[in-house]
Design a protein around this ligand. Structure first.
Ligand code: HEM
Length: 166
């Protein structure tokens, strides 16, 4: 699927604006958190805490992809993503890191949908979407963890060894 989508998002006029938009999201998101002051109510707390995580996740995720493309002679394929969750001890850190990345993406959208109808009562969608995010995230990251353990190509093994001394 990624190889098919790359034909679109690797086009210069798509990829550079995509990175710029994510950079803008991080800067504007942090500015909004600071401007808003102390959150009032559980949904507001959820939104602020998870937004902070999205900012950190995107900084690390996009930074790692850019640095790998600059410094290593391999493509940032599924092997690249899966390598960090296919062994121990680094998998203990990267499993929750990826899982939370997916869960907070779902929860962030849910919080926006919740505030769009505030103060009307929450709808089923607002309860269901975060749970769907957890199930989807667990499926993706578990599949990544077990998918490549025995067949990780050498360049990615070397990357892991260099990064984590494995
Ligand atoms: C399990 C979770 C995730 C995994 C395994 C993952 C993996 C990857 C991989 C392998 C790439 C490189 C793609 C390529 O070279 O074509 C990538 C790129 C990217 N990811 Fe993720 N990702 C995850 C979650 C997320 C989330 C939650 C977001 C955003 C909220 C995100 C945003 C991006 C962006 C913007 C790129 C750059 C695309 C480009 O190359 O132009 N990712 N990710």
């Amino acid at each position: 699927m990624m190889e098919t989508l790359r034909q679109f998002y690797w086009l210069g006029f798509v990829e550079y604006p995509l990175f710029a938009l994510f950079a803008a999201q991080i800067i504007l998101g942090v500015a909004l958190i600071l401007k808003r002051g102390k959150p009032k109510g559980s949904w507001a707390w959820v939104q602020v805490i998870l937004s902070g995580y999205i900012a950190l996740f995107l900084l690390q995720h996009l930074g790692a992809i850019v640095m790998a493309r600059i410094n290593y002679d391999f493509e940032t394929t599924t092997y690249f993503a899966a390598g960090v969750v296919s062994g121990l001890p680094y998998g203990l850190c990267y499993f929750p890191y990826y899982l939370l990345g997916i869960v907070v993406a779902f929860t962030h959208i849910t919080a926006a949908a919740r505030f769009a109808i505030w103060p009307a009562p929450a709808r089923v969608l607002h309860e269901a979407l975060p749970l769907i995010g957890v199930v989807f995230g667990l499926s993706v990251v578990t599949a990544l963890s077990y998918g490549v353990a025995d067949e990780l190509p050498k360049p990615y093994q070397e990357y892991l060894a260099k990064s984590f001394g494995d």
